[in-house]
Design a protein around this ligand. Structure first.
Ligand code: HEM
Length: 360
């Protein structure tokens, strides 16, 4: 790999990390734990996290998988979205995010042309939902409806990644058909939600719950619980993430999606923190070396970060439903602590490996 290419990838990841820090501060400000920088980013907390951080990272990973230089447009436009939101050019956010999603769909379509299998098709469908959500955001649909497209994007993309990693696990043929039927129903549910049909979010919830069950039943994770080290750590994170997807699905199916408030908070962060962040925590040791040539060996200290993430989210949801503002704040703050703990665990494991390396 050329040095410039590696530097570009690392630069994009660094920008995504800075955007994540700002998005966390913006989220804390929305919980009443304000700072000057966070208060100014509170309104863009959601788009910054979804599009600027994870939109960029997922697009980078897909562009690396494609290996064509034009594919870099998707993560570059995602990073520009993050910069526009960070620097206060808010009106540039939606068009840049829309352009990034178009590029990501093109990248995924090119990957399908090369390898037309279930997981590549599922990723293409997921990026289609991101595009639909971003176009809706561009034309002024409120964020509390657009989030349905964003959640759908994450759920299908992560399930597709897991399907690829679980391809060696034996599955009955009906398992794949069920996955497809549910994913198509999920796509319809996103369309209905954006059209403001009350059935949309409820159907989306049913699909999330069904996909969570699918994940627990057919993912290779359950079999890897008995294998020490990274496989068990990844399995724990995947199964806990599927559990939160099921919780959010049940909440959506039972109560629909409000425009703001505790129920909205619980549904969204069950998916974004419980499902998405949990998957990011446990896949980081696999993805970082592949994308940025940064070794991140597994260390059991990573369990501490993962534990804080999940316990903290439970506290937050208790705070949402009691309702109890202080519990909500403690729960929100613990996500920030979990991210910090993951960073420290990563530094610790890299240091231990370099200490063990024989010196010349
Ligand atoms: C430190 C962690 C986080 C905190 C403290 C936090 C806090 C919040 C709060 C308080 C809200 C407003 C909810 C309401 O209306 O009652 C919110 C909304 C939202 N959050 Fe988070 N959040 C965090 C992590 C995340 C993550 C990881 C994502 C995405 C990957 C995310 C995406 C969103 C989105 C899309 C919204 C809706 C924005 C809107 O309606 O304008 N959040 N968050």
């Amino acid at each position: 790999m050329r040095l410039g290419e590696l530097q570009l990838r690392r630069g994009l990841l660094l920008l995504a990390a800075a955007a994540a820090l700002s998005a966390v501060l913006g989220g804390l400000a929305r919980l009443g734990l304000g700072t000057d920088w966070g208060d100014a980013r509170a309104v863009d907390h959601g788009p910054l996290f979804v599009l600027g951080v994870f939109g960029t990272v997922i697009a980078l990973e897909r562009a690396v998988a494609l290996g064509a230089s034009w594919g870099r447009a998707a993560p570059l436009l995602g990073a520009m979205t993050a910069l526009a939101l960070l620097l206060g050019f808010r009106e540039l956010g939606p068009p840049l995010a829309g352009a990034s999603a178009v590029a990501l769909v093109a990248v995924n379509a090119a990957i399908v042309r090369r390898q037309a299998v279930a997981f590549t098709w599922l990723m293409l469908l997921g990026s289609g939902l991101l595009l639909v959500g971003n176009v809706a955001w561009l034309v002024g649909v409120p964020v509390h409806l657009v989030v349905c497209g964003w959640m759908g994007f994450f759920v299908l993309t992560i399930l597709a990644e897991r399907l690829e990693l679980s391809r060696l696990a034996p599955k009955p043929r009906w398992a794949t058909s069920t996955l497809w039927l549910t994913s198509i129903a999920l796509t319809a549910a996103v369309g209905l939600s954006l059209a403001q049909a009350p059935l949309g979010p409820r159907l989306l919830g049913v699909c999330f719950a069904a996909l969570a069950l699918w994940e627990v039943r057919f993912d290779i994770a359950r079999r890897l619980l008995s294998v020490d080290g990274l496989p068990r750590y990844a399995a724990v994170g995947v199964l806990a993430g599927a559990g939160w997807l099921g919780v959010s699905g049940a909440l959506l199916a039972a109560g629909g999606l409000a425009a703001a408030g505790p129920h909205y908070d619980a549904v969204l962060h069950g998916v974004f923190i419980g499902f998405v962040l949990s998957m990011v925590f446990v896949h980081a040791p696999i993805i970082l070396p592949a994308v940025a040539r940064l070794e991140l060996p597994f260390s059991s200290t990573m369990y501490v970060a993962l534990g804080v993430l999940h316990v903290g989210l439970s506290v937050r949801l208790f705070g949402d439903f009691l309702p109890h503002a202080a519990l909500r704040r403690v729960g929100g703050l613990s996500t920030a602590v979990a991210l910090l703990a993951l960073g420290l665990a990563a530094l610790w494991s890299r240091r231990r490996v370099s200490e063990r390396r024989p010196t010349a």
